[in-house]
Design a protein around this ligand. Sequence first.
Ligand code: ATP
Length: 250
Amino acid sequence: MEIIEFKNFGAYYGEKKVVNNVTFPVYINKITAIIGPSGCGKSTLLRSINRINDEIPGFKVEGSLLIDGKDVYKDVDDLTVLRKKVGMVFQRPVPFPMSIYENIAFGLKIHGVKDKSKINKIVEKTLKEAALWDEVKHELDKNAYSLSGGQQQRLCIARSLAIEPEVLLLDEPTSALDPIATQRIESLLERLSEKYTIVIVTHNIAQAIRISDYIAFMFKGELIEFGETSEVVRNPKNKLTEEYLNGKIG
Ligand SMILES: Nc1ncnc2c1ncn2[C@@H]1O[C@H](COP(=O)(O)OP(=O)(O)OP(=O)(O)O)[C@@H](O)[C@H]1O
């Protein structure tokens, strides 16, 4: 079942159209990878889902983008509600300059959770979910910047999970990480997809093939192909997809 649907969706920065007539579904509790060469509109698509691009002057959209059947640009007034439902993790881990514990507690407090024992429980639960608990349980008061890059990224994932989103958006979450940290994040995402819907932008074709259930291949602002990852890889319908997957473009 789909949770998100792009329908004839387009996006502009000022006069420049960077996403054109894109239609595809994002299925619930699956990992969908948006792939394609640099500048093809991957991040723009991803950032449209939680309307984080609204802050860019001149950004506008056309067509529709539905979450649970509601158009996020027409039917959603409260961006806080949208962003609670749709969490986001960025390319570079960006912990807050505070303790590991506070990194998670902070967001909860903003969302109105005040009870200390409830916060403690959520901190532990989400750090476990993000496969970080065992490494940090004795040093929750340490500054988050003392963690390695991979641990910081898992902390950022834990922070997103704490506010119980339904969808997790990730923009190149492993491109700043070494192969071992990357592998840990990949297996974490596979586990998280049992409970969350995941949309990931990645330059790394091998990664998309390893972890995604569905692939959306973008090229110059157009959706060239969408389908089950195994099917797209085994039997790409479009020549461009085949060339991209074989490293001939991009
Ligand atoms: N804030 C902005 N203002 C103006 N143009 C932008 C802005 N952000 C992106 N663009 C342009 O929109 C197009 C699509 O960019 P986008 O970042 O969505 O692509 P991408 O596929 O994610 O690229 P990359 O893989 O390099 O991150 C590019 O031509 C880019 O230059």
